[in-house]
Design a protein around this ligand. Structure first.
Ligand code: SF4
Length: 321
């Protein structure tokens, strides 16, 4: 339990440290509420780079804090618990990617932003769940594409681009993969008329599109969206009920954005244990003691930044997880 003075203490310590506190949409509600900014990973990294604060406290998982450091190399970046990892980012290492590239000389590597700095450094173009289709479509048709690490997002992109020379790494997030088509069909039957917000990393993304194709759910009610786009969609929603297929922390932001809409999870147990490692106590300690500092070697950061910049040059980068 946190006491009533906790939020004031956090804000005071942040002022004293000249820090801006950023919280990902999957963080605990009290962390989201105390943060200066809440959003998806890439939007937060951009806010961090534009902020005047000399210190960034990133309440999220480790690759997100690394991305903030890559885009703000001169700032101090803290994460309240450096052990907060990500099963999706961990599903491919830089060594594995180098070996994959060696099997496909001349291929263009497209990596989702949920990757470590070392993997980004081996990447030609990064992508987000909003712009993955545009990024892959920008690669000349005669060049092979290596897409990593998420197989569900990869399948979504392959379907949309119709590309046949695209290889997909078999990685997944344990939380999103656990939201499956059977649960989705069951929940659709329980809440008739509801809209569906589906994150493209979900194991149920394919089923949602299938259900729409079969007419079980009208196609216009199925929205495949990144978390940032979900929040934007919610603000303009005229729906009475929305089923949400992503990590349950997202519900807090959606209910805040549209209090009149009944947002329900497709799977209420879809909770990321890494995201929930950032507790109120650890945030306080981070601000008091300057822990845990995130560093990325300069040569890795330079190459990783180039992959992120190429994505931005292609067009609207949209949002990350
Ligand atoms: S929800 Fe999945 S992809 Fe997101 S941080 Fe957790 S493990 Fe990684």
């Amino acid at each position: 339990m946190i006491d009533s003075g906790w939020a004031e203490q956090v804000r005071r310590l942040a002022r004293e440290r000249d820090a801006v506190i950023l919280a990902h949409n999957y963080q605990l509600p009290e962390i989201q509420d105390v943060a200066h900014h809440t959003g998806d990973s890439l939007a937060l990294s951009r806010i961090a780079a534009e902020s005047d604060a000399s210190t960034i406290v990133f309440c999220g998982v480790h690759f997100m804090a690394e991305t903030a450091k890559i885009l703000s190399p001169d700032k101090t970046v803290l994460i309240p618990d450096a052990a907060a990892g990500c099963s999706l980012a961990d599903s491919i290492t830089a060594d594995q990617l180098r070996a994959w590239k060696a099997e496909h000389p001349g291929a263009v590597v497209v990596s989702y932003v949920n990757t470590t700095a070392e993997v980004k450094a081996e990447t030609d173009i990064c992508c987000t769940s909003s712009n993955a289709v545009d990024v892959v479509a920008s690669v000349p048709a005669d060049r092979e594409v290596l897409f990593c690490p998420d197989q569900f997002l990869g399948a979504h992109v392959k379907r949309r681009t119709g590309r046949t020379n695209m290889h997909i790494w078999a990685g997944e997030c344990h939380v999103h993969a656990g939201i499956n088509g059977d649960q989705l069909a069951e929940r659709v039957a329980e809440v008739p008329g509801a809209e569906l917000y589906i994150h493209p990393e979900c194991g149920c993304a394919t089923s949602a599109l299938y259900l729409a194709g079969e007419g079980v759910v009208p196609a216009e009610k199925v929205k495949v969206l990144s978390t940032g786009d979900m929040a934007t969609e919610a603000r303009h929603s005229s729906a009475t009920a929305v089923l949400v297929a992503t990590e349950v922390g997202m519900l807090h932001q959606l209910r805040r954005a549209a209090p009149g809409v009944d947002f329900q999870p497709v799977n209420e147990r879809a909770s990321c244990r890494y995201m929930k490692m950032i507790t109120p106590e650890k945030l306080l300690r981070s601000l008091r003691e300057g822990t845990d500092e995130v560093d990325v070697p300069a040569d890795v950061a330079d190459r990783a930044r180039a992959a992120v910049r190429r994505m931005i040059e292609i067009g609207q980068p949209g949002t990350g997880e």
